[in-house]
Design a protein around this ligand. Structure first.
Ligand code: CU
Length: 78
C-alpha cells in the first residue's frame, strides 16, 4: 500500500489535493500532521475526496495515511 506520488510539489498559498483511492484497494486517508486543515476523512475504494488548505512556510511536510503508517509521502512547498 502506497501513495501513487511520493512527492507533491506546490508553492506557498492555497493548495488543493484531490485524493482518490483505487478500486479494490483498502480504505485510506491523506493527512499532513503539521497542517491541521490538511486531512481527508477515510476514503473507500473507488471514491475520492478533495481537501483545500493554505501553507505559508516553504519546507518539507510529511504526509501519511493514518491507517497504514508505512504509507508516507512528502509535500514540498518551495
Ligand atoms: Cu492507507
Amino acid at each position: 500500500m502506497k501513495f501513487s506520488a511520493t512527492e507533491l510539489l506546490a508553492k506557498p498559498g492555497k493548495i488543493r489535493v484531490d485524493f482518490s483511492v483505487a478500486q479494490g484497494s483498502a480504505p485510506h486517508n491523506f493527512v499532513v500532521p503539521r497542517i491541521p486543515a490538511a486531512h481527508t476523512s477515510i476514503v473507500s475504494a473507488g471514491e475520492s475526496q478533495s481537501v483545500t488548505f493554505t501553507v505559508t512556510e516553504p519546507g518539507d511536510y510529511p504526509v501519511v495515511c493514518t491507517l497504514h503508517p508505512n504509507m508516507t509521502a512528502t509535500l514540498k512547498i518551495t
